[in-house]
Design a protein around this ligand. Sequence first.
Ligand code: ADP
Ligand code: MG
Length: 571
Amino acid sequence: STQVEEREFQAEARQLLELLIHSVYSNKDTFLRELISNASDALDKARLESYRNKDLDIDTSDLHIEITPDKDARTLTVRDNGIGMSKDEVVTLIGTLAKSGTAELRRALAEAKNSEVPSELIGQFGVGFYSTFMVADKVTMVTRKVGETTATRWVSEGAGTYTIEDVEDAPQGTSITLHLKDSDDDDHLFDYTAEWKIREIVKRYSDFISWPVRMDKESTVDEETVTETVTLNSQKALWARPKSEVTDEEYAEFYKHVSHAWDEPLEVISMKAEGTFEYQALLFLPTHAPHDLFTREHKRGVQLYVKRVFIMDNCEELMPQYLRFVKGVVDAQDLSLNVSREILQQNRQISRIQKRLVKKVLSTIKDMMANEPEKYRTFWGEFGRVLKEGLLFDVDNRETLLEVSSFVSTRKQEDTEDEQNRWTTLREYVDRMKDGQDRIYYMTGETRQLVENSPHMEAFQAKGLEVLILTDPVDEMWVESVREFDGKQFHSIAKGDVDLDSEEEKEADESDREQREKDFAELLNWMKETLTEDVKDVRLSSRLTTSPACLVGDDFDITPALERMYRASGQ
Ligand code: ADP
Ligand code: MG
């Protein structure tokens, strides 16, 4: 006999579920999209596993998804005969949130303290499976992993705990049964047991799913009830269809499926190459950065398919790290189905595809910048920090990357509070450069305020010279390796000598300075001796207008922020 165990959800998972249960949704129908999306992933994985592991007893003869409504019991069951989950997997995958998710949730909850938590926020955590609790007050899952004999039954009402037990005799795959909420009982629009409703949702959200989504349909013929199994989705691969035939909504739903995200795509990029190495690509730029973009957990990028067969998630050989926010699918015709990471790494065709995809993504961003500035600003605000990593690693595309980058600068604007209004491109900066200015001035620092109030700024402010304010951690690094833009050197205003005066001013200053150096010799000597442990030299400066003193780095010194970063990483 088997034992029923009661367990608690991990604290953050419990909080998220609580939010889900008590929120009001504009679109509850999406729970079915999430279940079908998970089932589809599970079928992909089962097929893949059967290629990789011939010894395992995997039935791939009729991989599919089945939807079974029960009007009288008020339940809805979604079943797949895919990869399934082991007991441990159920506990970790369903009972806990990913690490990055927990940190983000804690932050969001702290911010939203006492006020309403908006439902968009909930979507950001990839609530996937949990979204079932929008419509169900109890969820039962029975799942058996391929190659295992014992299955697991998991039951929860979403409130704090779930039960888990072993079951024998369950078929391969996962079956999820929702006990629908009574509150939706008499609202015709939310009758998730109605055939038309299920049809409509599958058509709208999951039409492109490559596995058949089936449902039994009963009808009366000559006073006899006949049951017929119908397939609800067209199963057409979206990337194989011409762009003109696919609606924005279809692209948006596909994007949500491949990226496991709940936002809308900002841009859709579709590509096709024919000839010796054929492939199709359907890529998306998201509207919002996922919360794990800067953690090691981040693992959803571009998927690789071979002749319509899913091969892998996040194919790093197809998209460089600095474009890891790009989502989508590449379907290659001329690879073998059992292609491995090692093979991909050595495949020259793959690296050629990568080159083309990168060029296309960058040119899309460039077009966006020229033709849809609002969209570009959204994009830059979300992903600029990531894209700038490319300045370090992608030397081939450095020029283009510099062209599509934006920076905050000291240029005075009408609406100075709005960060985005203070953005400038390097091209615009260069066009505004003063006569005789031959460098692009910048200063790095932790925040805009710190940089703006730095004493180094004073002389530049006084002369009306524009300075780029670089506050992202990655800025410290690329400015070290990118020397120039359009023939103009980047120059930190916090380093070395700044020579801002004209020739006449200099001559006038020269005699002045000799006198001043005599006057201040004693003070300078005293300061040098006193500060000998901390600074290399003490000099009179013409760069300050109101501050009495400032710290200056040598041309080849590392900046204070970089020093802090090295120190933090133990170097
Ligand atoms: P996501 O799909 O974004 O990972 P979900 O909450 O939808 O998040 O699902 C969590 C995890 O549970 C999935 O990543 C998957 O490993 C597992 N899972 C969910 N549904 C199924 C299923 N039908 N078959 C196998 N595994 C599943
Ligand atoms: Mg999911």
